[in-house]
Design a protein around this ligand. Structure first.
Ligand SMILES: Nc1nc2c(ncn2[C@@H]2O[C@H](COP(=O)(O)OP(=O)(O)O)[C@@H](O)[C@H]2O)c(=O)[nH]1
Ligand SMILES: [Mg+2]
Length: 153
C-alpha cells in the first residue's frame, strides 16, 4: 500500500508558489505550468490550489494529504486575499508548518502573510519566509523539513 509518511504535502492558493518550491527543494529545473492534479514525487505531494480555494474540494485536500509526514501551508507574500478558513490546520493530526513565499518580490508584505497563516492555526515560530527564486531561507527550510521527514530512502 502507498505510504505517504515520508512525504511532505504542499497546500496553498493558486499561484502561491507550491510547484516552484517543490522544484526548488527537489533541485528540479523550474518550469511554470498550472498544477491540474495531485502530483507525487519521492518526497512531496504537490496539490492544485483549488484544494484550498474552493470549499467543495477541501475534503479532497484533507484526504490526499492527511497521512503525510508534514504539511506545508504556503502563503504568497504578494497575495492580498486569503481563502484558508480559521484554524484550518487543526483538522490535521500531523505536523503543519507555514511557508511565506516570494519574499524577494517588491510587493512582499510579510506582516499580512503572518496574519493569514496564524489565522489558519499555525504558530508564528513555525512560519518560514523564503524565496524560491533567490534561494533565501531555503537551507533553513530544508533543515526544518528534515526534522519531520527523512529524505533518505
Ligand atoms: N518573485 C518570486 N516569484 C515566485 C516565487 N515562487 C513562485 N513564484 C512565481 O509565482 C508564480 C506561480 O508559481 P507556482 O509555483 O506555479 O504556484 P502554484 O500554483 O502554487 O503551484 C510563477 O510565475 C512563479 O515563477 C518566489 O519565491 N519569488
Ligand atoms: Mg502548482
Amino acid at each position: 500500500m502507498a505510504n505517504n509518511k515520508n512525504r511532505i504535502s504542499l497546500i496553498g492558493r493558486i499561484g502561491c508558489g507550491k510547484t516552484t518550491l517543490f522544484q526548488r527543494l527537489t533541485n528540479e529545473f523550474i518550469a511554470y505550468g498550472k498544477t491540474q492534479q495531485v502530483t507525487y514525487s519521492d518526497h512531496f505531494i504537490d496539490t492544485p490550489g483549488e484544494f484550498v480555494e474552493l470549499p467543495c474540494f477541501r475534503p479532497q485536500a484533507i484526504n490526499v494529504t492527511c497521512d503525510s509526514g508534514l504539511i506545508i501551508l504556503i502563503n504568497s507574500s504578494t497575495d492580498h486575499q486569503n481563502s484558508v478558513p480559521p484554524n484550518f490546520v487543526c483538522t490535521y493530526n500531523i505536523p503543519v508548518i507555514g511557508v511565506i513565499t516570494k519574499i524577494d518580490h517588491r510587493h512582499c508584505d510579510l506582516k499580512r502573510s503572518y496574519r493569514y497563516l496564524t489565522y489558519a492555526g499555525i504558530l508564528p515560530e513555525n512560519i518560514y519566509p523564503i524565496s524560491a527564486i533567490t534561494g533565501d531561507g531555503i537551507i533553513e527550510l530544508k533543515t526544518i523539513i528534515q526534522k519531520y521527514v527523512s529524505f533518505e530512502h
